[in-house]
Design a protein around this ligand. Sequence first.
Ligand SMILES: Nc1ncnc2c1ncn2[C@@H]1O[C@H](COP(=O)(O)OP(=O)(O)OP(=O)(O)O)[C@@H](O)[C@H]1O
Ligand SMILES: [Mg+2]
Length: 339
Amino acid sequence: MADYSEEISIRNLSVVFPSRKKDITAVKKVSLDIRKGEVFGIVGTSGAGKSTLLRTINLLQRPTQGNVIIHGEDLTTLNGEALRRFRKNIGMIFQQFNLINSKTVYDNIAFVMQVVGKTKEEISRRVPEVLELVGLSDRADSYPAKLSGGEKQRVGIARALANNPYILLCDEPTSALDLENTNAILKLIKEINQTLGITTVIISHEINVIKKICHRVAVMTDGEIIELDDVFNVFSAPKHDYTKSLVSHTFDLELPAQTLHGEDFKTLKVLYSGDKANESVLSDATEKFKVKINILQGKIEYISGKPFGMLIVQLNGTPEIISNAENYLRARTYNVTDV
Ligand SMILES: Nc1ncnc2c1ncn2[C@@H]1O[C@H](COP(=O)(O)OP(=O)(O)OP(=O)(O)O)[C@@H](O)[C@H]1O
Ligand SMILES: [Mg+2]
């Protein structure tokens, strides 16, 4: 098989929902390449068109205009049986799990294999395999109602993998879960991506989810992609105002107002990334400008394994000293803003 390093190519894709009052353009001329084996995130406001865009990747949603090309095949040209056959390559999981409540865990998974014509033998071999993969070997005979949310999503993942897809689409897979289950499911999705090399597209409105498992992320508002880059770059240098506000929540601050500004001191938020994650900047500033620096708060996040830090520092001294020290910090760190 040819080596497609761009596994999914979306070209000039629009989705318009006709409506009697005013047509809704849910996706506006989006072009985007998703690489083989990556975890690609889509983040954005509610109603931005994330789900609609994701659903065009397996043509659950037909685009009004544009193309979806997977492994060189333009999905929009496929219909009926050919489309059904192609869809086997693409697994999908959902926020509300979408399990069939009247079927056991085993039968929920077996069902999607029957639909594509797998034999009983193939099914009885594969179902235990995928159940083991998601850590639910002992729940084959349970009904969904007896499972926790985290377990339900594991079944959803097992079902999505049953037909050996090379693409996994995830629409808000952790939004119905508590923090502990969210982390466990994200870890599982990441492991599956790494061990099976499955190209994964994940939607979330939570930047923390994206930060934990994605390699690259597209930021979507109002049907358009306004920013697309490595997660680390989007985090450390957000360009669009929406992205900036999204990222700033990572470093939410709660400091009493009187500690922030005074006659002989100034409080700043200093961000530093990977290579500049270096305490010596502060001690160098102290030495050079005779400024006194108090660290009020500090936090280091790891994004794609690289450190990204935030310090809230209070500079003490004359206005001139403070201004010199501030300029120095600005030059040597990633970003400096007033608090
Ligand atoms: N089947 C449909 N018919 C008509 N309008 C639709 C349909 N599906 C989505 N829309 C509209 O398209 C826009 C984008 O919806 P979409 O569900 O893709 O957004 P989203 O980014 O996934 O939002 P959320 O974060 O709330 O899930 C919205 O205005 C929505 O109301
Ligand atoms: Mg959605």
